[in-house]
Design a protein around this ligand. Structure first.
Ligand SMILES: Cc1ncc(COP(=O)(O)O)c(C=O)c1O
Length: 408
């Protein structure tokens, strides 16, 4: 029996999705299975080798000998995992990791989750319910205001958020839509909680500085998911959002970051201004109470990476990344999406899904893997080839893609 509700947004989105993703998988353009890797070269299951511009590990930290050694040591100490909820028993290295994050973000207390999605699920309901003393809420509750371009991990928990307050959406590129939503919060005597990305996973930079100012005027909070911005920029790799906010996390900002992208490990974290809020999150956040603890292999890799953020190694990798990004832009005459923007993500917009498909085929034939995306990631009927640039790409790899794209 088909029990999909015909009117739901999810059903409509599914109905509007073409078979293009499946065709791209069948044609070997995405959905790859890899059997090994060396730097940015991956071996595919058919035995061929390609250069990938797919991984979001923008600094290439994940196969650094220091991280690999840290994992080996942890395996000898604990085995692969300690299976308990985090707030019942946990390896000491998780405390070390949170302290190291506190050094990267001075004055802040971090709480590490298994993923960014878990951080959203753990933090936002408690924030909205007014349970965190460092972030007081109006007696009438919150109004959640989500950017339409914010990552799916925040959009997807709309129903969860609605258990503590209404949810509305705005467009971060149309300030008047935010003004309307903030005025609604004021009229309803609610505390506005504005949810945005830092660096968009497909698009450009979100102007978190202006958003913070607007939110502060309405005595609300700006909740930033800077998953893609962490490590790649800023002192000690504090990331895009902190850099854009003059090197600090202002009192009305909650910052969430990823440990799974440029950080080179795995997981997500939130920064709070008071240790008391962190204690409450560890005690009451849903994934902490009802989920398994952080994988020890991930925790120690994250902790070693954190040390490399603090000892200057990451600063050197940042310089290599931005040199590669500049080379990429130069070799494409600054014509691709995001050209000149301080983001490691570039895109080639295509007027149709077919055009994106055939361009990805030609790149694949040349041994280059990008990430072709179609609706619902981009607008209906269009396509985009997404390129993730890394400090680990060689100049030749960067330039070769430009040569192949020219032929495309
Ligand atoms: C901006 C952003 N937020 C959240 C996530 C989800 O991260 P996780 O897999 O750690 O839940 C992603 C993943 O790609 C992302 O790009």
């Amino acid at each position: 029996m088909n029990n999909v509700l015909p009117t739901s947004r999810i059903a409509r989105r599914s109905a509007a999705t073409t078979d293009m993703y499946d065709r791209a998988v069948t044609a070997g353009l995405t959905g790859h299975t890899i059997t090994g890797r060396s730097g940015k070269t991956v071996r595919l299951s058919d035995g061929s080798e390609c250069v990938e511009f797919v991984s979001c590990s923008y600094l290439g930290l994940e196969d650094h000998p220091r991280l690999v050694q840290a994992v080996r040591t942890a395996l000898a100490t604990y085995g692969t995992h300690f299976s308990s909820s985090r707030n019942s028993m946990q390896p000491t290295e998780i405390n070390e990791l949170e302290e190291l994050l506190g050094e990267i973000y001075p004055g802040m207390t971090s709480v590490v989750f298994n993923s960014v999605s878990s951080a959203h699920l753990g933090v936002l309901p408690l924030l909205g319910a007014g349970v965190l003393p460092g972030y007081p809420m109006s007696a009438d509750g919150p109004l959640f205001i989500i950017d339409r371009t914010a990552h799916a991990s925040m959009q997807a928990i709309r129903g969860v958020l609605e258990q503590v307050g209404p949810v509305t959406r705005f467009r971060s590129d149309a300030p008047e839509t935010l003004t309307d939503a903030l005025n609604r919060a004021t009229a309803e005597r609610r505390t506005p909680v504005v949810l945005v990305d830092g660096i968009g996973s497909m698009g450009g930079l979100i102007d978190v500085g202006s958003l913070r100012a607007a939110v502060a005027e309405h005595r609300g909070y700006l909740y930033i998911d800077d998953a893609h911005g962490i490590s790649i920029t800023g002192r000690h790799g504090a990331g895009y959002a902190v850099e854009a906010l003059d090197g600090r996390v202002p009192p009305e900002v909650l910052l969430v970051g990823s440990l799974s992208k440029a950080f080179g490990g795995s997981g997500g974290f939130v920064l709070t201004h008071s240790a008391e809020d962190a204690t409450i999150l560890r005690r009451e956040a849903n994934p902490m109470v009802f989920g398994h603890s952080n994988m020890i292999t991930h925790v120690v890799a994250n902790a070693e990476s954190a040390r490399m953020h603090l000892d200057g190694t990451v600063a050197t990798l940042q310089a290599a990344l931005w040199a590669n990004v500049e080379l990429f832009d130069q070799s494409h005459d600054r014509k691709l999406v995001n050209a000149g923007v301080r983001s490691p993500i570039r895109g080639l917009e295509m007027p149709s899904e077919e055009a994106a498909f055939s361009s990805a085929v030609r790149l694949r034939e040349a041994g280059v893997l990008c990430f072709p995306v179609f609706y619902p990631v981009v607008a209906k009927g269009t396509g985009l080839l997404r390129f993730a640039i890394s400090a680990s790409h060689t100049p030749d790899q960067i330039e070769s893609i430009a040569r192949h794209l020219t032929t495309v």
